[in-house]
Ligand binder design. Sequence first.
Ligand code: NAD
Ligand code: MG
Length: 399
Amino acid sequence: MSFNDNKENVTILGSTGSIGINTLNVIESNADQYAVFALTAKSQVDLLFDQCVKYKPVFAVLLNSDAALQLKSKLLESGSATEVLEGLEGLNFVVEHEQTACVMAAIVGGAGLLPTLRAAKAGKKILLANKEALVMAGKLFMQLAEKSGATVIPIDSEHNAIFQCLPVSNHSKFINYEQQGVQKIVLTGSGGPFLNTSMLELNQVTPEQACKHPTWNMGPKISVDSATMLNKALELIEASLLFDLPAQNIEVLIHPQSVIHSMVHYKDGSVLAQLGNPDMRTPIAYGLAWPNRIEAGVAALNLSEVGQLNFQEADEERFPCLRLGRAVALSEDSAPIILNAANEIAVAAFLQREISFTQIPVIIEEALNVQERKLIGSIEEVLEEDNKARSIASNLIAG
Ligand code: NAD
Ligand code: MG
């Protein structure tokens, strides 16, 4: 028996996070077209329980097995029919399941790599929010998707914008953008909460200040990445991989209002941009419905209220992560894996108040200097280099 034959059955990796919750919100607004097949989280029993009661998925998966046990007994008590699975095996099982066509990859960080790759291998429609997975696996990810016929739709707002502005929007097929007249991509970024903070004060900023993004409401890790602009470094690599464009053809531009989500320049002088209120439900809705459009629950953009759109060049002295990101994006070796892993360790240490905000780029740069670079040919090698970088960064922090 198959589940909800007449609807698109969606699996959400990371349903209790910021992207996961927004995805459920868009699905709820379009319940005639989408159903929830599986929901997953790391260890948030109560929230996942509430989501199971509300959205009635076939499966719920918790990475943590104690948490899975708790969820199982709560669901049983409430008379829910949702089956609880646990661990990486549980995540892999649901993403590969023949009854789910669409997987929202919204786990944060490298932890999302393996289940997202499984979804790619299984030929699913992947709504890719988990940029770290792509940055780590690099070309291997896109090749796997190409081979299996998986469709990769970027959810990151900038890449979703670019996806909407490019001539043929199906990036499971490699397209020669040069032939299509694409000259360059401009990734916009708000500049985060510390765009105008004095360099002296930057040393003292707290996790609370770093997580208070001026225009977007996001999970803690990506909020800190936005504050250091390491997020834009990851996005540079992400764009280069998704759209098969050299990093030289991708620019970063500060745009504090976050209304223009990115732009594509063509050789005839045309520039196409996608605009909208900063609300992740727009790219999520576009990813779900592509190539169609559905309601996202997002307020209409009112440009007279916005009043001004400002732009400025990104300052690499203020944001050393941008300089590191550009150098890494130009490399063909394991540098992106090192950058991502060292950053994850450094951000976790900053959130735990073990290091200062300005030490984050220092740790990343030192890890990039210390760890030997390799050409990567397999996922096993990705995991090996990732592990190495994590322990190098942890040692650097421990001093
Ligand atoms: P979040 O911290 O709010 O949520 C993360 C989710 O992943 C949670 O459901 C959590 O339970 C799950 N998770 C965490 N660690 C896990 C593990 N080890 N194994 C299994 N599940 C795990 O994060 P978020 O802000 O929603 O971001 C998710 C991803 O989307 C990130 O890669 C981020 O860069 C990307 N993204 C987010 C936004 C945004 O607006 N939040 C925008 C663009 C891209
Ligand atoms: Mg983004």
